[in-house]
Design a binder for this molecule. Structure first.
Ligand SMILES: C[S@@+](CC[C@H](N)C(=O)[O-])C[C@H]1O[C@@H](n2cnc3c(N)ncnc32)[C@H](O)[C@@H]1O
Length: 271
């Protein structure tokens, strides 16, 4: 498939009932698109015609050996210890305490992504017992629940996605932790009620419009994750004209991307 035709072909195959698609590069660097269909659900002629309409070359059909996909997916996920805290799905036996039990559902945040792990390590380093913690873009609430498990009082999780807000509240209930969930953006919060630690695992473009408000809400530490190392100049520019200064940084590579997370302290509070 040539790149301009790819989107069109993906849309065509989707409308024909594909269960999922996978892009790979062939030996020449061209895109090879694998589309999965229930056996016998679509005629090879229909697929050949769809490929031709999109300027792609049809390579053929192959049966996929039967497998217990749900089981293999579950087997790929296990308990992880991040910053001294165990995170495990409910089907894994406990490996130690303290722990959080989080099953992967639709909201982001099981510890499988580098940005979550970086944010969690920095959060647990910065946290002191009794800190008030705000988790912006809480997703599954992994960060806010970790803070509560390690002595934060209170922790508030904010997410603009109602589905994430529901899952965050459900995860808090399952872990018997008193998380306060706000469905919205950090602009809904009053800076008069500050938080010793504000953590935000957001893509840089999502963080940028709210950076000033996070600076107003944080009292001691601001923890930012979700930017690529290549975006460092944009991240530096966010707080350059404020008292917030980077004091610690971690990076981690995942699938060819190097992610960056940092802690900022307010200059007047550092000395
Ligand atoms: C990368 S996930 C982080 C989830 C979790 N905190 C973690 O570290 O794994 C980002 C989350 O931020 C939410 N989000 C994006 N923009 C937001 C905004 N402006 N205000 C609140 N939440 C936002 C998304 O819905 C998503 O759940």
């Amino acid at each position: 498939v040539l790149a301009p035709a790819l989107e069109l072909l993906v849309a065509e195959l989707d409308s024909l009932g594909s269960l999922g698609m996978e892009e790979r590069a062939d030996a020449t660097g061209a895109v090879l698109l694998l589309a999965y269909f229930p056996a016998g659900s679509v005629d090879a002629g229909v697929l050949t015609a769809a490929a031709a309409r999109c300027g792609a070359r049809w390579l053929g059909c192959e049966p996929v050996p039967p497998a217990d996909w749900d089981r293999s997916w579950r087997e790929g996920l296990g308990a992880r210890c991040i910053g001294g805290l165990w995170i495990r799905p409910s089907w894994c036996a406990s490996q130690g305490l303290p722990e959080l039990v989080l099953d992967p559902r639709q909201a982001f945040g099981t510890g499988e992504h580098a940005t979550t792990r970086l944010a969690l390590r920095l959060l647990l380093e910065q946290l002191r017992p009794g800190d008030r913690v705000l988790d912006v873009g809480t997703g599954s609430a992994i960060l806010a629940l970790a803070a509560l498990r390690r002595g934060a009082v209170p922790a508030v999780g904010v997410d603009c996605d109602p589905l994430a807000a529901r899952e965050a509240a459900e995860n808090a209930r399952l872990n018997a932790l008193p998380l306060q969930v706000v469905c919205g953006t950090p602009d809904a919060l009053d800076p008069a009620h500050g938080f010793e630690v504000v953590v935000a695992n957001l893509l840089l473009a999502q963080l940028e419009p709210h950076a000033a408000q996070l600076g107003r809400l944080a009292r001691r530490a601001l923890i930012l994750s979700g930017s690529l190392e290549a975006q460092r100049p944009r991240l530096d520019a966010l707080y350059a004209a404020t008292p917030w200064r980077p004091v610690r940084e971690l990076t981690e590579e995942q699938s060819g991307d190097r992610w960056l997370a940092r802690v900022l302290h307010a200059r007047s509070r550092q000395s």
